[in-house]
Design a protein around this ligand. Structure first.
Ligand code: HEM
Length: 150
């Protein structure tokens, strides 16, 4: 069973962090586009966040809780594992609680008179901040699980 939860864990952070990087590349590339095309790019980003990032982050936390059972029973949690758990949970909260819903709002925007609507810049800034913090915590968890193990 441990192998199964490890697979879910690895698939989860692949989808979450991979989707986060795809969001970043798509958002930066879309800057060069006109208003209508740029909003179309945000519809794709909305799908990446909803279908990859959200489920990936949830899968990481759920599988992490199952994988952590033996450590909880022993009552001894190594430092690298503690860092992974705390930063992973904080990152997943940021991704699921702020980044995914903000991407959904951005994906519903329509051009106003051929221009980007007023809400666009506010939502875009919120998305950049939330995704950077959530992805940063995800990367801290990854470093803890690899370099942190020594
Ligand atoms: C993006 C966030 C995360 C990443 C990148 C990550 C990465 C990893 C990696 C690479 C491993 C394999 C380590 C090994 O066996 O050598 C692992 C195992 C594990 N992870 Fe995570 N993890 C994350 C979040 C979490 C969270 C949120 C929890 C708990 C709630 C958690 C709990 C565990 C546990 C208990 C193991 C098994 C450790 C062992 O017994 O060797 N992880 N994780």
């Amino acid at each position: 069973m441990r192998g199964f939860w490890l697979l879910v864990h690895v698939l989860g952070f692949t989808l979450w962090l991979g989707g986060g990087i795809a969001t970043m590349v798509a958002g930066v590339s879309a800057k060069r586009l006109g208003a209508g095309e740029r909003l179309s790019a945000y519809r794709l980003i909305g799908a990446i966040q909803r279908l990859l990032v959200g489920p990936g982050a949830i899968a990481v936390v759920l599988s992490g809780i199952f994988l952590a059972q033996p450590y909880m029973k022993q009552g001894v949690v190594p430092a690298w594992l503690g860092v992974m758990m705390i930063s992973g949970i904080l990152g997943a909260l940021g991704a699921v609680g702020v980044s995914v819903p903000t991407a959904a709002k951005l994906s519903r925007l329509q051009p106003e008179g051929g221009q980007l609507p007023a809400a666009f810049q506010t939502l875009r800034k919120r998305q950049i901040l939330a995704a950077t913090i959530a992805g940063g915590f995800g990367l801290i968890a990854m470093f803890a699980a690899t370099l942190g193990r020594g």
